[in-house]
Design a protein around this ligand. Sequence first.
Ligand code: TYM
Length: 375
Amino acid sequence: MSNFKVTPWEVTGEVDYNKLIKQFGTEPLTEKLIEKIEKAAGKEHHMLRRKIWFSHRELDVLLKEHEQGKGFALYTGRGPSGNTHIGHLVPWIFTKYLQDAFDADLYFQITDDEKFLYQPKLGLAETNKLAYDNALELIALGFDPKKTHIIIDTNCAKTLYRIAIEIAKKVTASTARSVFGFTNETNIGLYFWPAMQAAPCFLPSVLSGKNIRTLIPAAIDQDPYWRIARDVAPKLGYKKTAAIHCVFLPALTGPAGKMSSSTGAESTIFTTDDDKTVRKKIMKYAFSGGRDTVEEHRKYGGNPDIDVSYQWLTFFEEDDAKLKKIYDDYRSGQLLSGELKQILVDKLNSFLKEHQHKKELAKNDIDRFLFKDKQ
Ligand code: TYM
């Protein structure tokens, strides 16, 4: 029996995603719906084909509205508690595909307030500084400056607060306790916090004066917020927000749990890691599905299904044929663990080299992306 826990702040154990769909009350992302997304988008995405995106809320409704010519806005975000790791990039890479395909505005919330409230040791000046760094990570992925609005919470309080108090008035403490596990010891800032994360769901409607549905691409850990947002939406006259959920990029030391900055540097590749560090971490720590000796591996083959290097390639290697060959060769024993790891090292290092360069360039461009409070 698997024992796991998924909350917006913590993921432990080996996640059973089918069980989670039932637990959270979301819908599985069916083949039929994947086809519909790709048809409407006009192009495929390897993360859809590989079921990295596996669950949703009312995506079918959103696509139907899109067929009728109704637009939608994208909403996703980041909690600035440290450097960005490559797990964070997973939903953002897919969000970029959605923005390009649907020409949609993206609202990206960076929650310096949340991380200040949640992390005992982080001050507000620190989380606000990290927010700028995290914004550069997003910009480096190539989002459209005309259509991307980065909201650093404490800088945009005037806009967000007005929506958040409307939401907060409709959510009781007992709902917040049961959805988020808050207790008597939880600070009151965190009790209010879900209203702040729900606020951007309705921001496109507030700004435009039209009723615009939002679609949130994020890992499934953030879903509890959308339950709150969707509950209050009709009470405030807004459309319920739609969501699409991805699985977690596993920690390097896997096979269970998500990659997270809090599980230690050896289980995480940060976007700031240099090529030597990436190589060292993967060679030393990546959980292997290989055999104990080369002889045994050649004879019996490895197990790519539990091998973290292979799992990571399913997220980042877009070429299906290449991936299949790696799978088959590893299974047959022709490809050794060290060789598989080297493929991953090369893939990540070439991606990170370009990403780090683009992040540098983004420093001159950030102002075009920042959402500004109306005076
Ligand atoms: P944060 O900073 O914990 O995570 C940012 C985004 O990365 C996703 N994520 C992962 N995805 C795949 N594999 C992983 N190992 C992994 N770890 C994290 C998260 O699901 C998230 O999408 N409270 C939020 C900030 C936020 C937000 C939002 C996120 C505000 N509004 C709207 C998503 C959508 C937070 O702390 O995210």
